[in-house]
Design a protein around this ligand. Structure first.
Ligand code: SAM
Length: 341
């Protein structure tokens, strides 16, 4: 869960109450200017997109994989007319989307990784164990659902997912509990899964966290291939940005931040390149394609946290594109745990 949700249930209410995280820092890093073009890869409630469009007479190509975010963004589209293009797309496909729109090279790309308050607030989307709903968790409402994974994956695979993507040390017991329960009847609701996990970990954790928090996070990340999406999007942004163009990424947990940090350190020439399996002289070195703006990630101020405590785990990393060519695509997706076939 990200820093967005405050209270209430309806999508519209969620959008109205939505507080964009690290907004001042995002604008300071992106530096919107007249006549420039930006990609907002995670439109959500349109908080960043609106702020960018209001900051300068520029253009925004905004993407979201969730069709309901695109529908919810229509009033903003009306307000800004041709300055805003709003498309249903995954951000890993941002290069294709931007080329189709004829806007490459762009001046900036911003990504705000995670789920929105609207997604969490709708029980029928199945993201939350706080309200009962179908065990879904798909941001795009297409593809494999959390119920498919929970009822179909091997016990060992389930344990690996929950351990690697939820950092849940009781993953094996939870996977065993899930397999036992689904042997009696399929697990189809968020409440049923939350109860199975709670039983498997023996009730409360001894802290404020619900016993199912980490399992739900792991399944959500897995179902939406969130880490693979992020790793691919960074490479796509590299290929779309013009020299001097800005990349700004806000993440909410360490798995995401590690992917961004690693990508930027590598692309800035601050990590060794090449393969362990090849002699160093046979490795062709790539010139640095980014300069890192802030070596340490920016985090929310005390003032922001007072207004929006859920922003507490947000981290912003920013970098400026150099003149060097984009690096070749790395199919290994550094930093992404290899869980998928
Ligand atoms: C945290 S919200 C963004 C909020 C937005 N910055 C704002 O100020 O309103 C994240 C959004 O990214 C979308 N999203 C997540 N993964 C995505 C992906 N791989 N491709 C496109 N959109 C994605 C979600 O559907 C959600 O609407």
């Amino acid at each position: 869960m990200t820093a967005r949700r405050r209270s209430g249930n309806s999508t519209d209410a969620g959008r109205a109450r939505h507080i964009p995280v690290l907004l001042a820092e995002v604008l300071a890093s992106l530096k919107p200017k007249a006549g420039e073009t930006y990609i907002d890869g995670t439109f959500g409630a349109g908080g960043y997109t609106r702020a960018i469009l209001e900051a300068a007479p520029c253009q925004v190509l905004a993407l979201d994989r969730d069709p309901s975010a695109i529908i919810g963004g229509q009033p903003l589209k009306q307000e800004f007319g041709e300055r805003l293009t709003l498309i249903e797309s995954r951000f890993s496909d941002l290069e294709e989307a931007a080329r189709e729109q004829g806007v490459v090279p762009v001046d900036g790309v911003v990504l705000d990784i995670g789920v929105s308050s609207m997604q969490i607030d709708q029980a029928e989307r199945g993201f939350s164990f706080m309200a009962d709903g179908p065990l879904d968790m798909r941001m795009s409402s297409a593809g494999t659902s959390a119920a498919d994974v929970v009822n179909g994956a091997e016990e060992e695979e389930l344990a690996d997912i929950i351990f690697a993507l939820g950092d849940e040390r009781r993953s094996r017991g939870i996977a065993r509990g899930i397999v036992r329960a689904r042997g009696e009847s399929p697990i189809t609701t968020t409440r049923a899964l939350a109860e199975i996990v709670s039983r498997a970990v023996g009730g409360r954790r001894g802290d404020d966290q619900h016993p199912a928090t980490k399992t739900f996070q792991a399944l959500r990340i897995y179902v939406n291939d969130e880490l693979g999406e992020l790793a691919r999007a960074l490479g796509a942004a590299e290929r779309c940005l013009k020299p001097g163009g800005r990349l700004v990424v806000v993440t909410f947990h360490s798995l995401e931040d590690r992917i961004v940090k690693r990508f930027l350190l590598e692309r800035a020439g601050k990590e060794s390149q090449g393969s362990r399996h090849l002699p160093p002289q046979s490795v062709k070195l790539n010139a640095p394609s980014f300069e890192i703006v802030n070596p340490r990630p920016l985090t929310p101020s005390k003032e922001e946290l007072a207004v929006n405590p859920r922003a507490r785990s947000a981290r912003l990393r920013a970098a400026v594109r150099t003149e060097a060519p984009a690096w070749p695509v790395d199919e290994n997706l550094p930093g992404v745990p290899s869980l998928r076939g």
